[in-house]
Write a protein that binds this ligand. Sequence first.
Ligand code: CTP
Ligand code: MG
Length: 402
Amino acid sequence: MGQVIAIVPAAGKGVRMGLKGPGKQFVHLAGKPVLAHTLLALEASAQIDGIIVVIGQDQVKLGWHVVNSYSVGKVQAVIPGGRTRQESVWAGLQHVPDDTEIVLVHDGARPLAKTELIDAAIQAARTYGAVGVAVPVKDTIKVRDVAGFVASTPPRDSLWAIQTPQAFHYSILHEAHTRANESGCVGTDDCMLVEKLGKPVQLIEGSYRNIKLTTPEDLIVASALLASDEPEDDGQERQSPTVTRVGWGYDIHRLVEGRPLILGGVEIPYHQGLLGHSDADVLLHAVMDSLLGAMALGDIGQHFPDTDMRWRGANSLHLLQQVNKILIRSSGTLPKISHIDCVIIAERPRLAPYLLQMRLNIAEALGLTVDQVSIKATTAEGLGPAGQGEGIIAQAIAAILA
Ligand code: CTP
Ligand code: MG
């Protein structure tokens, strides 16, 4: 038997996700970048011999960084992709060794695929030559015409939503791509190209949990699904929580030229930044004070005094992790943060595109799911220091079951 090689297309721009920054492949979920979740599921397959990661043109270094940070030893190459998913898979195929028997293609943006599903696809490809993982559609599907009217309603019983992994005999996938390139056919998945060859494609049942991260709400669903994968019992004794304690945090920092603007751990492009001893992340400071306040543990000024050089330029996300440890240490039981709600008051810049990444950062630092962290942004209608653009204010409220 020849080798089994996995190609991971992760070179998309994530337009529908609408995130700024390096893109959805690098968003952190449950403490790891999306790409790391995907690669580790492939790494854990006893059947896979090598992995080829296809990444954005300027992200090869970042890709290797993820591979090395999570010790994904099977990765043989991290290469730049193309303009379409198909071009990216084709780029990956150029790096597949000659003695390859099976090629498995699995989207970088599907971090929830289980290793068992990957193995099942490989096994089925040995029998059928071309295999896609799919699930029966839940909704009734309509075909819509250009004028917006329903053209037809295919019977739901026969409709399946295709996912990845998809696995193929190397020769079949290579031929399918070669033929598609020659004829100018563009497919959104690899099975489609094999279908065009007129060869059979077997569908095996996938999982509704194996979602593709496409639009922002998918991150919330994935975060909840990953949290539900965590072992229920972490071996720590804990008493059942009895009371809900609430804490409030407030902070204000001055806006000045020549400093980066960091809010919720996100660096936001703006000509001014916040002045302060640490990174001056006013939002995280308010969050930390709300958590400390809920447990009557003072404020961040006491725990991280600005006279202490250790906190000079400190990354406030690290300080937030420290606060989480302080909560755990100081409490007889393990305090359970049930929710944090924040508001940022800033006249400019527009913060809406960055709020989701801020929520993900806070959730990750505290071991929460993203739905447990809410952030709102508002202007001050030109009133007061925030309204006049002299500074940014943040307020936070935290509820802790203790
Ligand atoms: N992909 C790729 N190269 C491209 C386009 C997509 O490798 N030129 C990858 C994506 O990174 C993703 C998978 O193919 O892992 C599925 O594509 P999709 O969900 O469409 O991701 P994006 O193209 O990044 O998102 P969008 O279409 O919203 O821009
Ligand atoms: Mg796309």
